[in-house]
Write a protein that binds this ligand. Structure first.
Ligand SMILES: [Zn+2]
Length: 268
């Protein structure tokens, strides 16, 4: 997902929606016939739980969000995420190609031209400039690409995208594809919220900023109303049954994603 877009046109996002074809999400059925929310909750297998919730936190006391990103950043970020307060929701993903520090999955481009080329390659677009976009996560390849001179905070933001299953749903599902601006706002808002929250509350790094302050504010209010656990399950695992329950949905008729997006649009 492109981040830190300074203009609010969604050309990049829409291009992305049009061009993306990543492998289907292995965990989540996008279409399921009528069932009770409570049944679905019972049927779900638990996913991405760590055996021990107490992974030792890396020392990030000398790290600032505005430090230059470097070849050391992915290892630091991977360790920081694994020891973060939300680790139980995604730690199972941070291995093999899913790790932030996996080989050839994290790139700080040498020049802007290379960055634009990588973006086009990921999303099947042919844009010539990407002013305002500082980085993106490509779900199809599990790669993070950053602009030259990228900062640690930007790398962290893209890494949080990588921990999320929402982005894949947004790319692959018609109910989401029909609402590209809303999909963008909720995905970036939650990514921004979790990036800032982890850096501040887990690591006392208090100078994280991005271009999504307004979406982040909406995300914070949304989480406050509908629950930390419910929203985290939705964002990190695309397990949206707990959230639907909070919305008062007790049985599903029709496409679950359509119902979900419609409810989210009123709630977020
Ligand atoms: Zn982003």
């Amino acid at each position: 997902m492109p981040s830190f877009a300074s203009n609010k046109s969604f050309a990049g996002v829409e291009n992305k929606m049009a061009g993306q074809s990543s492998p289907a999400n292995e965990h989540e059925p996008f279409f399921r016939p009528m069932l009770k929310v409570s049944d679905a909750l019972i049927q779900r297998e638990p996913e991405t739980k760590t055996d021990s919730p107490t992974v030792k936190k890396p020392d990030l006391s000398s790290v600032s969000a505005t430090d230059p990103a470097s070849s050391k950043s992915p290892g630091v970020i991977n360790a920081a995420l694994l020891a973060s307060k939300y680790a139980n929701y995604f730690s199972g993903k941070l291995k093999d190609a899913g790790a932030i520090d996996a080989k050839k999955k994290f790139f700080i481009e040498l020049n802007q031209g290379d960055f634009v080329n990588q973006y086009n390659k990921c999303y099947g677009t042919s844009v010539t400039t990407l002013s305002g976009t500082k980085g993106f996560y490509c779900p199809a390849t599990q790669e993070i690409h950053l602009i030259p001179n990228a900062e640690f905070g930007m790398a962290f933001h893209e890494a949080v995208h990588k921990t999320s299953t929402l982005a894949r749903a947004v790319d692959n599902n018609n109910a989401w594809k029909a609402e590209p601006k809303f999909a963008f706002d909720i995905d970036e808002g939650l990514t921004s919220f979790y990036s800032k929250d982890i850096l501040e509350s887990d690591y006392k790094i208090n100078n994280y900023t991005d271009g999504y302050a307004s979406q982040r504010k909406r995300a914070a209010a949304f989480i406050k109303t509908y629950g930390e656990d419910e929203v985290a399950k939705f964002y990190f695992q695309y397990d949206f049954m707990p959230l639907l329950k909070k919305f008062g949905v007790t049985s599903i008729r029709g496409d679950m994603n359509t119902i979900l997006v419609s409810k989210l649009k009123s709630a977020f």
